[in-house]
Ligand binder design. Structure first.
Ligand code: NAD
Ligand code: ZN
Length: 342
């Protein structure tokens, strides 16, 4: 087991990599624990949860809402949860985001931790202290920064995860390598087949390195004033693809990274061969690298991006493999680049 620490304004978060769900009890304080999970995870793993009340939410992004929070508050009140209760979210990124927000706000905040059960939650969503829900179609519009006391990462839980969900996590793993570590990128290239075959020891190494990278970024800039923006590589366009095409986050980010690499080449920051390596690696991991899309619709969605600041927006580009730069680009220039082939 390896431990990585994230330090935020609200406190320290211990990321426990290579632990097992069966040892969750060792990390719980004395007193009452209430578990929040989703229906899938409850069905698959509920029998392995320690003793305690379980609140299961519905599955899917449509449940990441204030209505779900209201249901959780109702259940917490019915269970007579108080300031001494401890909350653990067991599930993917949705359970994490909802649990973190519910625990941070119920009675002005209870102590909480996570067990991350998807690859995306393990390398991304549960690390870094962002919690929140969607509101009126705006993603993650309402939320808080608050670090969980611990995040337990059990690689064994990934065995039951559908391939499409694994691919979502792999897209974030490739993102981490692209923005921060060329040697890591090569490592993934070398072990592409083992990764695709879900080799546990290789996966564990990737999760470890990705958490190190994300934790390192968050430790420098928890509130996303600078360094943390680099984690948005592939996401600006990715979010527009997700919205306009209704495809998964991982698929959208994968194609978004290829386009951001393309813009990096166009601006003379990245070599063509480097972009080609990104494309080949994503393809080996069964991620899409080119999408058919309505460029005008994507541009319209981009203009609504909440990260936009007036006529310009922050856009993450690559200055070589393993090194990201955040550039301020005029929306107009992005539009010209995006609509150039029309
Ligand atoms: N807070 C952050 O910093 C942050 C970062 C990235 C993403 N996110 C959020 O995370 C969410 C996506 O997370 P996700 O991809 O984990 O989605 P998810 O939580 O919806 O999980 C994906 C699916 O897998 C199921 N599942 C979970 N664990 C399983 C297991 N071990 N075996 C089989 N099935 C399992 C779930 O029930 C669900 O149907 C999005 O809402 C996104 O906004 C948050
Ligand atoms: Zn993402």
């Amino acid at each position: 087991m390896n431990e990585i620490v994230v330090t935020g304004q609200s406190g320290r978060s211990r990321i426990l990599i290579g632990e097992t769900l069966d040892r969750l009890g060792h990390y719980l304080p004395k007193g009452r624990t209430i578990f929040i999970t989703d229906e899938n995870v409850q069905r698959l793993y509920g029998h392995r949860f320690p003793q305690g009340e379980v609140i299961a939410i519905g599955c899917g992004e449509q449940h990441k809402t204030l209505e779900t929070l209201a249901l959780i508050y109702d259940r917490l009140i019915a269970a007579e949860a108080d300031r001494s209760s401890f909350i653990v979210g067991i599930g993917g990124g949705i359970v994490g985001d909802v649990t973190g927000f519910a625990a941070s706000t119920y009675m002005r905040g209870l102590r909480f931790g996570f067990v991350a059960s998807t690859l995306l939650a393990q390398v991304d969503a549960t690390v870094g202290g962002k919690n929140g829900v969607n509101f009126k179609g705006y993603k993650n519009m309402v939320g808080v920064f608050n670090q969980p006391e611990f995040v337990l990462i059990d690689i064994g839980l990934l065995k039951s995860l559908p391939p499409a969900e694994i691919a979502c996590g792999l897209a974030e793993i490739v993102k981490h390598a692209c923005i921060a570590d060329a040697a890591y990128f090569e490592d993934i290239e070398r072990h592409g087949a083992a990764v695709a075959a879900m080799d546990e020891s290789v996966l564990l190494r990737l999760v470890q390195r990705s958490v190190e990278i994300k934790a390192g970024v968050v430790n420098q800039d928890e509130r996303e004033a600078g360094e943390r923006r680099k984690l948005n590589f592939g996401h600006t366009l990715g979010h527009s693809f997700e919205k306009t095409l209704g495809i998964s986050h991982g698929a959208a980010v994968s194609a978004g990274m290829v386009m951001a690499a393309d813009l990096s080449v166009a601006r003379g920051l990245l070599r063509k061969e480097e972009k080609a390596r990104i494309v080949v690696l994503l393809q080996r991991l069964n991620l899409p690298t080119a999408l058919e899309f309505d460029r005008q619709a994507v541009f319209n969605a981009l203009q609504k991006d909440k990260k936009r600041q007036q006529a310009q927006m922050h856009f993450v580009l690559l200055k070589g493999l393993g090194q990201a730069v955040v550039e301020t680009i005029a929306i107009e220039e992005l539009g010209r680049w995006l609509l150039k082939d029309q």
